[in-house]
Write a protein that binds this ligand. Structure first.
Ligand code: NAD
Ligand code: DAU
Length: 356
């Protein structure tokens, strides 16, 4: 098992990065410290890690506001903290925003990954015991019909500016391993859900809108299919890969839990009704079919046999339980929703969608 003294987590003020930090700081096998490097775009908020700051102080958790595209800043952090592992989450992550404005997706997801790879290569300079882990998505494989699965060797076929930028960054990571011998691992995961998910993505948007009595916008006919995984299960998968995964390898991670969007939204209405003691109809009647996403990928479905067989990972939270935990979390954390929805995000929504 590999052990690390200082893990640089990029994008740790976002949804999955923050859940990963909380998860591994709670593990007895991890005795090191985390340096969270995040520039705090609209999607990143230090509020999401206040409990971690309070629990661990600056001994085991350090926050550095920096842009992964800024080589000098990254070099300084690598030097100052003697980083021996990078877990790279930082990205522009929302497909809809990549359609409206792809520029930041290219500079952050591609150039930012390049900057981190170069900084790691220079600092580690072939020394043993280092690792660069790249957190990627199943969307790099493109879109499936009604049957079949994505495997680790499925050819890349990204369709949106977001997935194309993530595919490009995956290729850079593999090239740095192949050409320079940089020790890397990669993971390609399906749709995550759970606490601290930014309320622009399907599940948290539906919960937040439903609680406000606003329309629940379902794209097209709601027949697109996604495979949902509780975020803490993703965090555990990444922990296992950085600890014991094969260098140079990619691991697919998924929920084996496929849902048509419309069926998922209806199920969420049922969970909302149960949790708030209101009638299901009150929520169901908010469902509104809206214009489809341009180039909307029909279906994603992951085969994750590799990580199960090699690393003994499996999903631990079933969907009903995960949705309930998530709905309860949003009910108990409405101040967080208000906070992250204010500022830059609300201005962008107003400009692109009007009130929503
Ligand atoms: P998120 O949008 O919630 O968080 C992204 C974080 O990165 C934010 O805190 C943001 O401030 C930070 N960031 C953005 N640009 C930056 C820059 N230039 N420099 C430094 N920090 C920057 O995203 P997420 O949903 O947590 O996704 C994290 C990673 O996981 C991404 O790489 C994404 O592609 C991948 N992924 C996400 C999912 C999912 O379902 N959300 C599934 C598979 C893979
Ligand atoms: O598959 C992994 C990917 O999952 C990650 O790489 C991305 O970072 C993450 O955002 C997610 O991408 P999706 O586009 O699948 O997620 P999103 O929550 O935006 O949409 C899920 C589905 O719901 C998709 O088919 C579009 C649809 N949808 C979405 C929104 C925001 C709606 O019908 N209405 C909506 O308002």
């Amino acid at each position: 098992m590999r052990t690390f003294t200082t893990i640089m987590v990029t994008g740790g003020a976002g949804f999955i990065g923050g859940n990963f930090i909380r998860h591994i700081l709670g593990k007895k096998e991890f005795e090191g410290r985390i340096v969270n490097v995040d520039v705090l775009t609209y999607a990143g908020n230090p509020l999401s890690l206040r409990d971690v700051e309070e629990a661990h102080g600056t001994k085991r958790y350090i926050f550095k506001r920096a842009d992964i595209r800024d080589r000098e800043a990254i070099d300084r952090i690598m030097d100052e903290y003697d980083v021996d592992c990078i877990v790279h989450f930082a990205a522009e992550s929302h497909v809809d925003r990549s359609i409206y404005g792809p520029g930041d997706f290219v500079t952050t997801n591609v150039n930012g990954t390049f900057t981190l790879l170069e900084s790691a290569r220079t600092h580690w300079n072939g020394k043993e015991g280092k690792l660069f882990h790249h957190v990627s998505t199943d969307e790099v494989y493109g879109s499936l019909g009604d049957t079949g699965y994505f495997f680790e060797d499925t050819p890349y076929d990204p369709k949106s500016p977001y997935s194309a930028s993530k595919a490009a960054s995956d290729h850079l990571v593999r090239a740095w391993n192949h050409t320079y011998g940089l020790p890397v691992t990669l993971s390609n995961c399906s749709n995550n859900y759970g606490p601290y998910h930014f309320p622009e993505k399907l599940i948290p948007l539906m919960i937040a809108n439903a609680l406000d009595g606003k329309p629940l916008p379902v794209y097209g006919k709601g027949e697109n299919v996604r495979d949902w995984l509780y975020v803490v299960d993703h965090a555990e998968a990444i922990w296992r890969i950085i600890s014991r995964g094969r260098i140079g390898e990619s691991y697919n991670v998924g929920g084996e839990n496929e849902w048509k969007n419309i069926e998922l939204v209806k199920r969420l209405c049922a969970v909302l009704a149960r949790t708030t003691n209101r009638s299901e109809d009150e929520f169901l009647r908010l469902i509104t079919f809206v214009q489809d996403r341009p180039g909307h990928d029909h279906r994603y479905a992951i085969n994750c046999d590799r990580i199960k067989k090699e690393l003994g990972w499996k999903q631990s939270v079933d969907f009903e339980k995960g949705l309930e935990l998530t709905v309860r979390w949003y009910l108990d954390n409405q101040a967080w929703v208000e906070e992250v929805r204010s500022g830059e995000y609300s201005r962008w929504i107003e400009k692109n969608y009007g009130s929503r």
